[in-house]
Structures are given as structure tokens and as C-alpha cells.
Design a protein around this ligand. Structure first.
Ligand SMILES: *[C@@H]1O[C@H](CO)[C@@H](O)[C@H](O)[C@H]1NC(C)=O
Ligand SMILES: *[C@@H]1O[C@H](CO)[C@@H](O)[C@H](O)[C@H]1NC(C)=O
Ligand SMILES: *[C@@H]1O[C@H](CO)[C@@H](O)[C@H](O)[C@H]1NC(C)=O
Ligand SMILES: *[C@@H]1O[C@H](CO)[C@@H](O)[C@H](O)[C@H]1NC(C)=O
Length: 402
């Protein structure tokens, strides 16, 4: 944002500053930025990309309460080949050809160096289109372009219910999206809220969609899942493992009620082999994160001993109305949870998280008590956690060792 800040200092000198009135921005200045939430994030090459969600900001000296939160209209990238602080990081905007969505599924094909977004909720139910899968192809400098990905079996995609709060993950071949909640803002004309059972899969090489309904769906059988986190662990088992943590299960045959939904705990974890679809479960020990916990974020790291570590931060307990600021790390193969320091930037829900620079978690956004009108103490809504130093930071180190 260096460029934007110096430009905004220059404009008044040129007498241009207030003539046209200020504009809302997907990337407000540090001073104007309040909150960001509901985005979906990934990393390809030297860039983190995030898409969708909402942003609140001050404008013309007016707090966001006077003009509400706004949809984020572009995809945003961050260069991680260089070190930065959360106050001087450059957030680059890239045009996106559809109206903004919230809580989208994001799948990354590392072999082809592309990522996909699907489903989610339309901001305000505006400009809703048919069920579509969008593919982003990055260039090598933090930009890139979006295109519709035509499925091999369009009838199947047409018939799938788009939902928000789906739990998603992918291996190198297939994207999986479990459960979620559908409502009038996920599909035009939908009359009621409903928990979606089962699991959907998209095979990235053949572009085929699969509807793995009850019975065929690992992890869930006839159950539902919403607002938990999915994760692919590449280095366990012959083809890696896909894990689903936290979230809640709403009954399929009743109205969605987050306050009474049954919680998935963090003590007994279920996961499946993405190739064989065989399901497994494992009990964990240590400092088990409290649940119910929905709308938290999760990122993972391979460690130098051949193990794997997952970090969980924040989230919300709808039943007891607790907004979490705590952080936990689960180490594999031991399946032991340990408590990490709380985030100094406070409790939050719907942040996006991605692992960057060998051993750092990048947290992107999240809303707190007071919602969009509570100004985030994290500059631009960003914070980092260093897995080696076990410390929250406001700077990213591009040269951090493994
Ligand atoms: C995104 O576009 C909508 C529709 O044009 C607009 O109302 C909104 O202010 C834009 N969002 C931002 C953050 O500028
Ligand atoms: C909906 O689409 C119209 C026409 O393309 C555009 O002018 C408008 O800004 C869009 N609204 C939102 C909220 O994106
Ligand atoms: C997935 O792709 C990445 C990047 O090409 C590669 O390093 C990794 O080994 C692949 N993983 C599996 C399980 O095939
Ligand atoms: C863990 O959950 C699975 C279902 O995914 C269940 O079959 C198993 O009995 C549970 N284990 C324990 C110890 O509760």
C-alpha cells in the first residue's frame, strides 16, 4: 500500500482530493481499513491469492456503520518472495468477472499451478448466476486471469446444490467439498435454509464432477457438516489423507439452527484416503480445542522429522456464544494437541489461513464482536504465526528456515 498512501498524500496538493469524493476500495488504506472476512485463500509459487468475502472501511471520515460492509470485487495477491510487515505489505488487486461471493470453496492444483473457486453465498443475493466453476491461472508476477471451467459432465454440475460453509480440501487430482448450508443467497429463488448432506468431488484432470451422496461419502455417511475445516495431509499413507475438523452437523430434515446443531469435537478425528476413499478415525490427546467451534481457520506444515503439523485459530461457538481467540497445534503422527499463544489481534471468526514461507501461518481477516464496525487491530486484517518461534508476529520473513 505504499503507492496508495503516497498518492493519497499527493492528491490534495494537486487539488484533486475531495472533488469526486472518496471511493470504496477492495484494499482500503491502513487508516480506513476496518475488517475483512469470508475470503478463501491459497498459495501458488511466490504469491498468496485470496478471493471473495466482504470488507468494511471508513470513507470520507464516516465509520462503516454509516454505509455498511461492501463486497470485495477483485481477487487479491501478496508477494511472498520478499519480506514485509502487515503495515507495508502490497495487496495487489486483479479483476474478477463475476459478482462477489462469500465462504467459497477453493481448490488448488499445484501440478498445473491453477486454482478453482466454487459455491459460496452471493453478497446480498446480487447478480446470482447458474452453478459455475471458475479457474484462475496466475501469471508469474502476482496477476493472472479467470476463466469458466467447462465440466465434462455439465448435467451433474447443474444438479448440484451450491452451499456456503462447505468443508473442502484437495489432493493433486481431486477437489472435495463436504456438506455446507444452502439458502436464498446460494441459489436464486431458493426458499429455505437447508443443510446439504454428502460430498461433492471434482476431478481436475478429467473435469468430471461426482456427487458422493450418503453411503458413498466417506467421513459423513448420512450426516451433514458445516463451517468446519478440511485439510489435505500429503505425507501420510500411500496417497495422503484428507481430514475434516470441527464444525457442526445440522439435521437434513429441519430448519438450520446453528445454536442447537450437534458439534464435531476435536478429540475423535476422521479422515479418508482420497484415492481409495477408505475412512479412518483416530483419537487425539493433549490440549484438545474446545468445541462447538465453527468458522475457524486451519493451515498445515510438513516438519523436518517427516511429521505434519496443523494449526487451528479462532472461530465461533454458536451454542454458548463464545468467540475464540485461542490457537492450537496438532502434531502427527502422535495426534497430540498443544496450546499455542492466543492471537494478540483478538478473537475472530471467518478468517482465512494459509501456510507461507516454510513455517509461517498467514491469517487473513476475520470479524469480532461488533462485527464490521469493530476496527481490526491487525493492520489490513493480517497477522502471522511462526511455527518455530511459537509466536504471533506482524511481519513476514521470506528467508525463514524450514
Ligand atoms: C463492489 O461493487 C459493488 C457494486 O458495484 C459496490 O457497491 C461496492 O462498493 C464495491 N466494493 C468495494 C469494496 O468497493
Ligand atoms: C450487477 O451487475 C450489474 C451489471 O453488470 C453491475 O452494474 C452491478 O454493479 C452489479 N452489482 C453488484 C452488486 O455487483
Ligand atoms: C503433488 O504435487 C506436488 C507439486 O507438483 C508434488 O510435490 C507432490 O509430491 C505431489 N503429491 C502427491 C501425493 O502426488
Ligand atoms: C470415532 O468416530 C468414529 C466415527 O467417525 C466412530 O466410529 C468411532 O467409534 C469413534 N471412536 C471413539 C473412540 O469414540
Amino acid at each position: 500500500m505504499r503507492f496508495h498512501r503516497s498518492l493519497s498524500r499527493l492528491l490534495p496538493l494537486l487539488g484533486l482530493g475531495c472533488v469526486a469524493g472518496a471511493q470504496f476500495s477492495d484494499v482500503p488504506s491502513l487508516e480506513n481499513f476496518y475488517r475483512r472476512g469470508g475470503a478463501s485463500a491459497t498459495m501458488i509459487g511466490n504469491y498468496v491469492y485470496f478471493d471473495g468475502g466482504e470488507v468494511s472501511q471508513a470513507l470520507d471520515g464516516k465509520a462503516p456503520g454509516e454505509h455498511t460492509t461492501r463486497p470485495v470485487n477483485s481477487t487479491i495477491s501478496i508477494d511472498i518472495s520478499k519480506s514485509w510487515t502487515t503495515s507495508d505489505v502490497v495487496l495487489r488487486t486483479i479483476d474478477r468477472p463475476w459478482s462477489s461471493k462469500i465462504n467459497q470453496v477453493i481448490w488448488t492444483n499445484y501440478d498445473a499451478a491453477v486454482f478453482y473457486v466454487w459455491a459460496g453465498r452471493w453478497f446480498g443475493g446480487n447478480n446470482m448466476t447458474a452453478n459455475e466453476l471458475w479457474k484462475f491461472t496466475p501469471d508469474s508476477s502476482g496477476g493472472g486471469s479467470w476463466a469458466l471451467e467447462t465440466p465434462a459432465n455439465p448435467e451433474l454440475l447443474d444438479g448440484l446444490e451450491q452451499a456456503e460453509y462447505m468443508v473442502f480440501a484437495n489432493d493433486n487430482d481431486t477437489g472435495f467439498a463436504i456438506g455446507g448450508v444452502a439458502n436464498g443467497w446460494t441459489r436464486k429463488g431458493r426458499l429455505s435454509d437447508q443443510a446439504i448432506p454428502g460430498m461433492v468431488a471434482f476431478a481436475m484432470k478429467t473435469k468430471s464432477w461426482y456427487n458422493l451422496i450418503a453411503g458413498l461419502s466417506p467421513i459423513l455417511q448420512a450426516d451433514t457438516l458445516a463451517a468446519g475445516a478440511g485439510h489435505y495431509i500429503p505425507n501420510f499413507g500411500p496417497s495422503g489423507l484428507i481430514m475434516a475438523l470441527g464444525g457442526v452437523s445440522h439435521p437434513v430434515d429441519a430448519a438450520v439452527n446453528w445454536d442447537t446443531a450437534r458439534a464435531y469435537d476435536f478429540r475423535n478425528l476422521t479422515f479418508f484416503d482420497p484415492q481409495t476413499r477408505q475412512t479412518y478415525w483416530q483419537r487425539t490427546t493433549g490440549d484438545i480445542p474446545p468445541s462447538p467451534r465453527s468458522q475457524f481457520c486451519l493451515a498445515g506444515f510438513q516438519n523436518s522429522e517427516g511429521g505434519y503439523e496443523m494449526i487451528v485459530m479462532g472461530g465461533y461457538d454458536h451454542r454458548d456464544k463464545i468467540l475464540y481467540k485461542d490457537t492450537y497445534i496438532l502434531s502427527l503422527p502422535g495426534f497430540v494437541w498443544i496450546t499455542a499463544p492466543d492471537s494478540p489481534t483478538g478473537a475472530r471468526r471467518t478468517p482465512a489461513c494459509v501456510s507461507v514461507g516454510n513455517r509461517q501461518l498467514l491469517m487473513i481477516g476475520g470479524t469480532a464482536v461488533g462485527g464490521w464496525e469493530n476496527k481490526d487491530t491487525a493492520p489490513q486484517g493480517l497477522a502471522l504465526f511462526d511455527m518455530t518461534e511459537m509466536k504471533w508476529k506482524d511481519s513476514y520473513d521470506a528467508n525463514a528456515a524450514v
